[in-house]
Design a binder for this molecule. Structure first.
Ligand code: NDP
Ligand code: GDR
Length: 344
């Protein structure tokens, strides 16, 4: 089996590649040319499979249609996982066109290439709980209404709809995985969970003094990325294409996440966390809670990692990296620039 993954350098790209390789797949991934190295998460896979055809990378971009259709023709994948996106909701307000183009044009280009190939290629679209908008405290499922609140979410709604349209119009095996937030030690450092656990590690080792966040009352249904990629895979093995929600069925506030993360190292979060409107969004998604019953019933999928284990896993990882950073800071080999908060 061959899989083609866009967004392979991202959090989910790493976990999905590992999973598919363990199942005997030949994995192909699209990477973007970048002025700085963007393969940190998958470097381990690159070197491990250097002498085999199990893990292969190709330059491409979701905004370069010819490169995507060429890759579909050359690789002849059995499955395409479209994970690529400008995935930061706050940044999508600053770069709305770019965000929408990657979210919307990428999927339609891939679906066209699959349709034109006349091969039975299965397609997975990375849909998002952000599409629901989080306007009340209801538990959300595949039937819930989409009320997008950001350019990111609006682009994802388009991609979700076009995936369904290609499924219904042309009989493509095109699925949408509506995934609620999922995190890990590989999570991007400007998403709130990782921003918190990175800061906890550095504060513990006294190379950071405070953590500045935005809306502490927002709540999310947070799961572990390693569990969620198993659900993506299961969707493409199902006998019929469809749409499925993956979530834990629990929601926690940003405040609760911070409280627990600081508690892991014996610190009181209130001594270190401050807030700034700089990290607030023009249109906030206040509350998200998912209902994974359909995925549980039809795919046999369930989350395996609790909220507490997730926080612990992320804190432990970031403690180890902060310990190494402290050595470099003490030897003046590293400038602790994280004291000046990033722009998102
Ligand atoms: P990341 O932000 O970690 O990774 C995004 C990936 O997309 C990176 O590989 C990035 O490349 C790539 N990318 C960005 N722009 C382009 C472009 N123009 N062309 C090609 N590739 C591009 O995201 P996650 O792994 O967390 O998420 C995977 C997908 O799932 C995304 O589509 C996200 O929107 C969606 N999603 C994520 C959820 C989550 O909680 N993690 C929940 C629901 C949906 P580079 O490394 O070069 O920047
Ligand atoms: P989200 O994730 O927007 O849910 O999108 P993020 O971690 O960025 O925000 C979660 C909530 O925390 C609040 N928040 C902060 N967020 C960030 N990034 N930085 C802060 O300092 C901060 N303080 C409070 C936010 O306002 C928000 O309410 C993620 C992405 O992975 C999307 O691609 C994906 O589709 C959704 O999850 C499901």
């Amino acid at each position: 089996m061959k899989a083609f993954i866009t967004g392979i350098t991202g959090q989910d790209g790493y976990y999905l590649s590992e999973l598919l390789i363990s199942k005997g797949y030949e994995v192909h991934g699209a990477i973007r040319r970048s002025s700085s190295i963007n393969t940190q998460r998958i470097d381990e896979l690159i070197s491990k499979y250097e002498d085999s055809n199990k893990f292969n990378l190709h330059y491409s971009d979701l905004l370069d249609p010819s490169s995507l259709s060429n890759l579909i023709n050359v690789i002849e994948p059995d499955e395409v996982y479209n994970l690529g996106a400008q995935s930061h909701v706050a940044v999508s307000f600053k770069n709305p066109l770019y965000t929408t183009q990657t979210s919307a044009l990428g999927p339609i280009t891939l679906l066209e290439a699959i349709k034109n190939s006349k091969k039975n290629i299965k397609y997975y679209q990375a849909s998002s709980s952000e599409m629901f908008g989080g306007v009340n405290k209801d538990s959300l499922n595949e039937e819930s209404k989409f009320i997008p609140k950001s350019p990111y979410a609006a682009g994802k709604v388009f991609a979700h709809d076009i995936t369904k349209i290609y499924r219904e119009s042309y009989g493509l095996f095109a699925t949408n995985g509506i995934l609620f937030n999922h995190e890990s030690p590989y999570r991007g450092e400007t998403f709130v969970t990782r921003k918190i656990t990175k800061a906890v590690g550095r504060i513990y080792y006294k190379i950071q003094s405070k953590l500045t966040l935005g809306n502490l009352d927002a709540s999310r249904d947070w799961g572990f990325a390693g569990d969620y990629v198993k659900g993506m895979y299961k969707m493409l093995q199902h006998n019929e294409p469809d749409d499925w929600v993956l979530a834990t069925g629990e929601t926690h506030s940003v405040k609760e996440f911070a409280q627990l993360a600081f508690k892991e190292v014996g610190l009181n979060w209130e001594d270190y966390v401050e807030t700034s409107s700089k990290y607030e969004r023009p249109n906030e998604v206040e509350h998200l809670l998912g209902d994974p019953a359909k995925a549980n019933k039809e795919l046999g999928w369930k989350p395996e990692t609790s909220f507490e284990s997730l926080v612990k896993m992320m804190v432990e990882n970031d403690l180890k990296s902060a310990e190494k950073e402290k050595v470099l800071v003490n030897e003046n080999l590293l400038n602790p620039t994280w004291e000046n908060p990033s722009i998102n």
